[in-house]
Design a protein around this ligand. Sequence first.
Ligand code: EPU
Length: 437
Amino acid sequence: MQIAERPTSATIEHGLSASATRIITEGGTPLRGNLRIGGAKNAALPMMAAALLTDEPCTLENVPILADIYVMVDLLRRLGADVEFTPELHRVRIHARDITERTAPADLVERMRASFLVSGPILARTGEMTSPAPGGCKLGSRPVDVDVRGFKRMGANVFVGDGFYKMTASRLEGAEIYMDYPSHTGTENLLMAATLSRGVTTIVNAAAEPEIDALGKMLIEMGAKIEGLGTPYLRITGVERLHGFHTSILPDRLEAGTFAIGAVATGGEIVLENVNQRDMLPLTYKLREAGAEVWWGDSDMLVRAGKTLDSVEVQALPFPGFPTDLQAAFAVLLTQANGVSRIYERVFNDRLRYVDELAKMGARVQLVNNQEARFTGPTPLHGADVTALDIRSGACLILAGLVASGESRISEIKHVRRGYEDIVGKFASLGASIRYE
Ligand code: EPU
């Protein structure tokens, strides 16, 4: 599907932009053109951690070039793995012949919650793991109880110190695990740990995000025995050892979603290449409900703004509910919709703080409580100085800047760089007026 010839974006973000702290946008140009979607951050991180389960070499292709990937590369190296990262090829090779360090370094773990994903593999492979409680985006409470309780069920002794966990087990044992909440990374951690445990592990109320499905399929390629992928019931029969892998990372549904929403909010039309239709269904339905058109090819998605934009209600829920990671971007679209719209954030208890920044740009938005926001539209947005609070609120503010009249300056873009590869180049390739300061 081709709708316009545009230069492709420079896919690798290096040099100049790496030192930039602000993004400048000039709104008012509808997004138009074709864009190829990159590999999913939230699949790449657990897949990299999974390389610690085996002493054989592992290769990942289609790796997005992001700050969080660099953190995971550092973390794996500090734990003893040989890691060869080739950004030009979007490839990471990991060879964890030996795990030489069983304590995750605090300076890295505090930067990214996904760092805790090395705990399951190292505990399962070596019988010992110490990790600080992880940091990451501030979205409300983000415990790792689900993971820790699961490790305990599998026979690990867990000592909880002042801000850290020390876990030991001669060998993890299969167990019946019920997850109080279907935690995304919690499911991944327990799934990885169970592959090398003795006997059968069942996980009930598991999360079923597409990234978990992809991780599970890769573990099967490594020799793991897993049933129930994509459902809330997982059954894992432990094996003695796992082999290496050579896998390509699935398309990033959150990157695709951000651009799709941007096309509609700016009144444009884009084709996103390399997207999985099933992963995009929750967003597809809400875009259509708001009056936009969405058409599917084999792995392409055409998104076109409709004649009008209607108000809708969005509930952010675990997959296949509407992704919490896209509600902030969707909020920008709601500022342009006719009537009253609402977002209910049901996953995190404090992920709507960005509405104060949107209000600085003229959005008529009321925070009903920490998990509900009410938008009245359409409102003309105007340029302003605003601050990214986390990865997805940063993307939201960039979108708002592309809708707003005049110039916007978005600071703290280090957050955005954690989750979006070359976001400036990609928006520019779709005709947006956007640059690093
Ligand atoms: N929760 C518990 N107990 C736990 C763990 C989680 O109650 O032991 C609650 C949390 O308090 C939170 C909710 O469960 O309210 C969701 O947390 P979850 O553990 O599912 O999220 P996560 O694994 O920390 C991943 C993604 C997030 C994404 C969420 C929801 C990665 C690396 N991170 O986080 O991605 O928002 O799932 O889908 O996969 C992002 O990419 O910007 C991002 C934040």
